[in-house]
Write a protein that binds this ligand. Structure first.
Ligand SMILES: [Zn+2]
Length: 436
């Protein structure tokens, strides 16, 4: 499959600037120089000849390996121009990154141009309510509730201070609904699993809430069942924003539902999976952030799989940059069929989320043929679910698949604070599945 996207000249210039600075001056890329065919080749060919940067490479060379030698790191840290931030490592390995707020804000701002509602509402001084796990962003307080003032930071309101939905009470969810009504956010940013939990409660209580102009999903993959639960309460436009601490904002879902590349802020290289594992339309992406003078990441492997939009056109009319029809989910949320084919999170989610009786789920593949499936569902549905879910998962994973269904009161988030829908308890090296 040939990928022929339109880019402005600035994209090539930005790509070259990062490449040249990184290869010429930065210790982290010293061993990469041997792979670069040199300036007589196109920028795309030069990028394609280089390896991927992994989190363990960041750990090995942090921080000096990524900062140009003329920059004074200590002085910038002292003056608070930059800081070090840690990401949690429950599933992935933990890394410390250099955080440069100006770069992050610029990346967020350009991503807003890729969705008509965000473009209109996100002025930079719009009111934003945030419903996330405070372990990812916000203020943690599990033992006592924080006041509205304590959770308000300029134009942002953090609706939740508790690190697990296990600590959510009815009063806590009532407070969130009330605060949405009072604060009237232009934008609501949410972990889909947490917003879905709030919506299950509000729908059962028959409670109406303020409808924000746009709901943006971050941090987690929005399962089809989460979206369905959210739709029972919110008619607002929904959009997924895709990015990471290391890369900034990489893709934004437009009003027509496809994912557009935030090409002003970063370069994206696509590596297809082998045909038998979903390629060439499905593959992994490597991201090179632009315009961050403090932190040069080249071809960073975020850990996600995406699906290229094969038509190459979107109803919204935006025609620059890479176009995706879907985010396929984290690589650690990929599983294997009993014959060894890779199954993305999206593929597994489509199967499980088709059962409208299921409120929450988690699939853990523990061995080549063994799958533990935790479900949250009411008693009355359990008998039929046992049979139908087992059958559907055997269709997906193979007739020899051992499917063990366990019912739970709730599915707890990982120690990172994020909700995990699907995972294996053994490592899968994605490199083995890439087309060479
Ligand atoms: Zn579009």
């Amino acid at each position: 499959m040939k990928l022929n996207y339109k880019y402005p000249t600035a994209y090539t210039i930005n790509s070259l600037n990062v490449l040249n600075t990184a290869l010429a001056t930065l210790p982290a890329y010293k061993d990469w120089r041997q792979f670069d065919p040199g300036p007589s080749y196109s920028v795309d060919a030069r990028y394609a000849s280089l390896p991927a940067l992994n989190k363990k490479d960041i750990r090995a060379h942090f921080p000096a390996g990524f900062v140009p030698p003329e920059k004074d790191l200590q002085q910038a840290l002292d003056s608070k121009e930059i800081e070090f931030v840690k990401t949690s490592g429950s599933i992935d390995i933990a890394v410390t990154n250099i955080w440069y707020q100006k770069w992050w804000d610029a990346s967020e701002k350009s991503s807003w141009q890729l969705n008509a509602y965000a473009q209109k509402l996100a002025t930079g001084n719009h009111r934003e309510a945030i419903l996330v796990n405070p372990m990812n962003v916000g203020i943690i307080s599990d033992d006592k509730p924080l006041s509205l003032q304590e959770r308000t930071l300029s134009r942002f309101l953090y609706l939740n201070e508790r690190t697990s939905p296990a600590f959510w009470t009815e009063a806590h969810m009532e407070r969130m609904a009330e605060e949405l009504n009072v604060f009237q956010p232009d934008v609501l940013e949410a972990n889909p699993s947490l917003l879905a939990k709030l919506c299950r409660y509000l729908a059962a209580a028959g409670r109406k809430v303020y409808q924000p102009g746009l709901i943006i999903f971050t941090y987690e993959y929005p399962a089809v069942l989460h979206l369905r639960q959210i739709r029972q309460v919110f008619q607002s436009p929904l959009a997924s924003s895709y990015g990471s601490t290391e890369t900034g904002y990489v893709f934004m879902q437009c009003e027509a539902g496809k994912f557009h590349h935030n090409y002003e802020a970063c370069r994206v290289d696509f590596q297809p999976l082998k045909k038998e594992h979903g390629g060439p339309a499905v593959g992994r992406i490597l991201v090179t952030p632009f315009n961050n003078p403090w932190y040069y990441l080249l071809r960073f492997y975020v850990g996600d799989l995406v699906r290229i939009d094969e038509t190459g056109v979107c109803a919204c009319g935006r025609d620059h940059g890479m176009l995706l029809s879907a985010i396929e989910g984290r690589t650690f949320s990929a599983t294997l069929t009993t014959s060894g084919r890779l199954v993305t999170l999206r593929e597994a989610d489509n199967v499980i989320s088709a059962f409208t009786e299921i409120e929450e789920y988690k699939i853990e593949q523990t061995a080549a043929r063994h799958y533990d499936v935790s479900l949250v569902a009411s008693f009355q549905h359990r008998n039929t679910l046992n049979k139908n879910v087992t059958e559907a998962l055997k269709n997906l994973y193979g007739s020899e698949a051992e499917i063990v269904i366990i019912y739970r009161e709730m599915i707890l988030p990982e120690t990172s604070g994020k909700h995990c829908l699907v995972k294996t308890t053994f490592p899968i090296d994605i490199e083995d599945y890439l087309e060479k």
